[in-house]
Design a protein around this ligand. Structure first.
Ligand code: 1CP
Length: 346
């Protein structure tokens, strides 16, 4: 199950490979017919908690798109539920009936044992391995403390996450307590995923980019660092994805170098040349086609794929990915065209 020799893992370790590997964020999702069929009959969280079905939707992209990795089907909010928050998934995304409102609520949160409370995620990883049979590596993931705090404090998706933003200045000690508890939870959760067979890990700080420059260091980067350090020596490559962090690439690069993080995911706002200048070849770089580009004509789309491959040519660790998740109405044929173009061009 180590998958050390797979294309993706070699690339994440910046070892020579024959071509550029590709996988997508939100690889399984509403744009795929098999996912829609299964989701039609089951609630989102229930699907996450039914390992055989979750494994089936996890591997559908492998069958339909022939990508180079499977990311397990789950959600970043799963560990929050294990900490004691009630999580629901509506049409607009995740919701919490009882978001955190005071210090007592934060103090009451558990740091759960990952196997006892979220063992179904580990079962999904094992079930996916059973299906892929060593063909491609299996990627596990978690949300970073800032992003998880945004949902835990706001209670629903938001453009501003004002509750968390306000707390940075109003009651920073309470926010740090929450984030420390989340960090401890996430480290144990990701280590349990490796134990269950995850071959690489991605940490998502999807809302890190909305922070002021000082708050970014104190609340996003600091906790990403803690988690990456907590995973040091776990034996699998770590991918750090902080969305909207184009203004902070130097700080991220410094941390990545100090901690030895294997790979950084780039959102579509980051020009490849800038990322290449700042990160050099000291870590693998993953990205960064805009998800919206998948609505272009096939000819235009293929041209953009080649441009991106050219931009990263010569870098020893480029993983082709989108700058963010696949959008629900994306035509499957266009996602297939991206994979096909990468295969024929590299
Ligand atoms: O690729 C995969 O299919 C892996 C599974 C995966 C991952 C990695 C899902 C399934 N969610 C995530 C991570 C996730 N979830 C992130 C981090 C990545 C990102 O920035 O997109 C975030 C912020 C969430 C929270 C979330 N879950 C949202 C966003 C809400 C908001 O605030 O804007 C939504 C809509 C969900 C639901 C969800 N999670 C996953 C899927 C396939 C879906 C859609 C569910 C459905 O309608 O069936």
């Amino acid at each position: 199950m180590s998958n050390e020799n797979s294309l993706l893992i070699r690339t994440l370790r910046r070892q020579p490979t024959e071509r550029t590997p590709v996988w997508f964020m939100r690889q399984a999702g509403r744009y795929l017919p098999g996912y829609q069929r299964i989701r039609g009959g089951i609630d989102f969280l229930q699907l996450c908690k039914t390992p055989e079905l979750a494994a089936e939707v996890s591997v559908e992209p492998l069958e339909v798109l022939d990508v180079d990795a499977v990311i397990i089907f789950s959600d970043i909010l799963v560990p929050l539920e294990a900490m004691g928050l009630e999580v629901e998934f509506g049409d607009r995304g995740p919701c919490m009936s009882d978001p955190l409102r005071d210090r007592a609520a934060i103090e009451a949160l558990k740091i759960p044992d990952p196997v006892e409370s979220t063992g179904f995620v580990m079962d999904v990883i094992r079930a996916v391995h059973g299906r892929v049979n060593g063909k491609v590596p299996v990627i596990g993931f978690a949300g970073a403390p800032w992003t998880l705090s945004c949902y835990a404090l706001e209670g629903s998706p938001s453009r501003t996450f004002a509750a968390a933003q306000r707390m940075i200045y109003e009651s920073p000690a309470d926010l740090h307590l929450l984030m420390e508890k989340i960090a401890d939870t996430v480290i144990a959760y990701l280590l349990a995923q490796v134990e269950a067979g995850a071959n690489a890990l991605q940490l998502f700080d999807s809302w890190g980019g909305m922070l002021g420059h000082q708050a970014f260091e104190e609340f996003s980067l600091h906790y990403c660092r803690r988690i990456m350090e907590g995973l040091d020596g776990c034996g699998v490559p770590r991918i750090l994805f902080i969305r909207g962090a184009g203004n902070h690439l130097e700080k991220i690069a410094k941390m990545v170098n100090e901690v030895g993080v294997e790979a950084v995911g780039l959102d579509e706002m980051t020009p490849p040349e800038q990322a290449l200048t700042i990160f050099g070849d000291r870590c693998a770089l993953q990205g960064n086609l805009p998800p919206q580009a998948l609505f272009a004509s096939e000819e235009d789309l293929r041209c953009r794929v080649r441009e991106l491959l050219d931009a990263f040519r010569g870098h020893p660790g480029h993983v082709f990915n989108l700058g963010h998740g696949i959008l629900p109405p994306t035509p499957v044929a266009n996602v297939q065209a991206v994979v096909d173009e990468i295969r024929s061009y590299t």
